[in-house]
Design a protein around this ligand. Structure first.
Ligand SMILES: [Zn+2]
Length: 399
């Protein structure tokens, strides 16, 4: 908990927490984490994409590793635990083994990913994608709001972008990836449980919809002759909500809506809105996306509007490996807690790392399910429970 506090002090936002990829605050946080890794008995360095990477050898040097970790970047005005708790808990587990002089039949690696949230460049999971080898080098041309490219920012940070391909790990070098993270939802709190075992990270689809009608004078154009894009968008938002409510595990959200020209006395001629759809089953999600697109097209047709739907990004479900789920459940039970399985509604680095190795996750209860917010809060007891379960999992881990 003290280490989460210490990391939270490195922020560009005075009195709050904002720490984006390759910023001076990011460097200060990395220095702390690399120091803690070394204190815990690990070899630690910053890799070419800006991940803090620590390694604790097994009883035979050079053995494949169990990889642990989470991310060190934050959203704007963030909480102190999303990401950081997973990194400091993993370091604590290694410190415990090293203080007892225990070497396992495999190595342990702890990674503090440099970019998971994607706040600065709008591209998520740069650190884990580099490790998995799925980071296309063209991504490095992506610019932040000030026009600085990722490539340039890496160089300014003292890193060599041409070394990024060397960050990629081979399958077989990594036996599995395990991440501890706050739940970011209310399920564990509602059931009175400190920890939960994740079954899968839900897939998502993102759309951008543009409705074009006709702007006009709010006083002179009769209702029957209007092509009001915002009234149509209102119907679309409700249609998205209806589809989201049609299945218990499905969620669908319109998170942004811009109406043009945006004046009190003008009929809105054009509206852009976004749609975010998530589900623990790819078929269910794809079905929902088709239904949403069909409903929007219908509404546009009935109201004589032009409809344009762009598919921005989609990512399939990242299932946790059944054998790792079982091992994590045994660790939960061994520490005296009731086992509860739950899916993850939010995205995590495991989505990228599943291309490299089997993944699993442990959730720690958070207050009121709040995250991405300064009110994000966990108890010391729950942080302790999470770390104890993670340590049990590590010590009993069987590839
Ligand atoms: Zn996170």
């Amino acid at each position: 908990m003290q280490r989460c506090e210490a990391l939270a002090r490195h922020s560009e936002l005075p009195g709050g927490l904002t720490r984006v990829y390759l910023s001076p605050e990011n460097r200060a946080a990395n220095d702390l984490v690399l120091g803690w890794m070394r204190e815990a008995g690990m070899d630690a360095k910053l890799d070419a994409i800006g991940n803090c990477a620590g390694r604790y050898e097994g009883n035979r040097p050079g053995s494949p590793c169990l990889m642990l970790g989470s991310h060190l970047d934050t959203v704007r005005n963030a909480g102190k635990y999303d990401g950081m708790l997973g990194v400091v808990s993993a370091i604590e587990c290694v410190a415990s083994l090293s203080s007892r002089k225990i070497r396992l039949p495999f190595a342990l690696e702890v990674v503090g990913f440099g970019d998971e949230e994607g706040v600065r460049f709008g591209t998520t999971m740069l650190g884990s994608r580099a490790l998995a080898g799925s980071l296309d080098s063209s991504v490095l041309k992506t610019k932040d709001a000030k026009g600085t490219s990722i490539e340039h920012a890496l160089r300014e940070f003292g890193l060599q972008p041409e070394q990024i391909p060397a960050v990629k790990r081979k399958r077989g070098e990594v036996l599995a990836y395990a991440e501890l993270h706050i739940e970011q939802g209310p399920v564990l709190e509602a059931e009175g449980l400190p920890v939960g075992v994740v079954t899968a990270i839900n897939g998502f689809s993102r759309l951008r919809v543009t409705l074009s009608g006709m702007a006009g004078h709010a006083g002179t154009v009769p209702m029957g002759l209007r092509r009001d894009a915002l009234a149509a968008a209102a119907e679309c938002v409700l249609a998205v909500e209806r589809v989201g409510r049609s299945e218990p595990e499905l969620v669908a959200t319109v998170g942004r809506l811009d109406a043009l020209p945006g004046a009190i006395n003008v009929i809105p001629g054009e509206v852009m809105f976004t749609v975010d759809v998530r589900a623990p089953d790819d078929g269910l999600r794809e079905d929902a996306v088709s239904q949403i697109c069909a409903r929007i097209a219908d509404i546009g047709h009935t109201r004589n509007l032009d409809v344009q739907i762009e598919h921005l990004q989609s990512l399939g479900v990242a299932a946790c490996a059944p054998r790792l789920i079982e091992q994590m459940e045994r660790a939960v039970a061994a520490k005296g807690f009731r086992v509860r399985r739950l899916p993850s509604g939010a995205g995590h680095d495991g989505m990228a790392l599943k291309d490299l190795a089997d993944i699993c996750m442990l959730f720690v209860r958070c207050k009121d399910g709040i995250s991405h917010n300064p009110a994000e809060s966990i108890t010391e007891a729950d942080a302790g429970a999470g770390a104890a379960v993670l340590l049990e999992f590590i010590e009993k881990f069987r590839p």
